[in-house]
Design a protein around this ligand. Structure first.
Ligand SMILES: O=C(O)CCC(=O)C(=O)O
Ligand SMILES: [Fe+2]
Length: 130
């Protein structure tokens, strides 16, 4: 999957904290802005284990994917109450993440810049249920 962020829609699709449905993600930065805000990755490593049941996985999503939680997380990160790991991506590198297990997002980048990443996902533990 190629993920491309730019302009206003890029802003809208950034800073949304989530878990991926796939256990491992390989990320290849294609184009990362060199000036201004680069759209760094923010993550809280290993905030959950693999859930034995799809329902528990869904419960995590409900707790995380709502405006209140998102607002609290954004405010806490901005005020440095919470300090996620920040990854400044460089084209040419390959990054592997436990994205199922780690709350993560990308920061917005400046709207006049383009940020493109290729994402490869492996292993969906809840495949049978979905
Ligand atoms: O472009 C990125 O940095 C990855 C964003 C992400 O976490 C996702 O698409 O699941
Ligand atoms: Fe993700």
């Amino acid at each position: 999957m190629l993920r491309c962020l730019s302009g206003r829609s890029g802003l809208k699709n950034s800073f949304i904290f989530h878990y991926d449905s796939y256990v491992i993600t390989a990320l290849v930065p294609i184009e990362i802005p060199v000036e201004g805000r680069a759209g760094d990755l923010l993550m809280f490593p290993n905030t959950r284990r693999i859930r034995p049941a799809y329902l528990l996985n869904a419960a995590d999503k409900v707790l995380l994917d709502n405006p209140l939680t998102q607002k609290l997380l954004r405010a806490s990160v901005k005020r440095r109450v919470l300090k996620p790991t920040r990854i400044k991506m460089q084209p040419g590198n390959l990054y592997f993440f436990w994205r199922y297990r780690s709350v993560h997002t990308n920061e917005p980048c400046d709207p006049d810049k383009v940020r493109a990443t290729a994402l490869f996902h492996y292993g969906n533990p809840h495949k049978k249920a979905s």
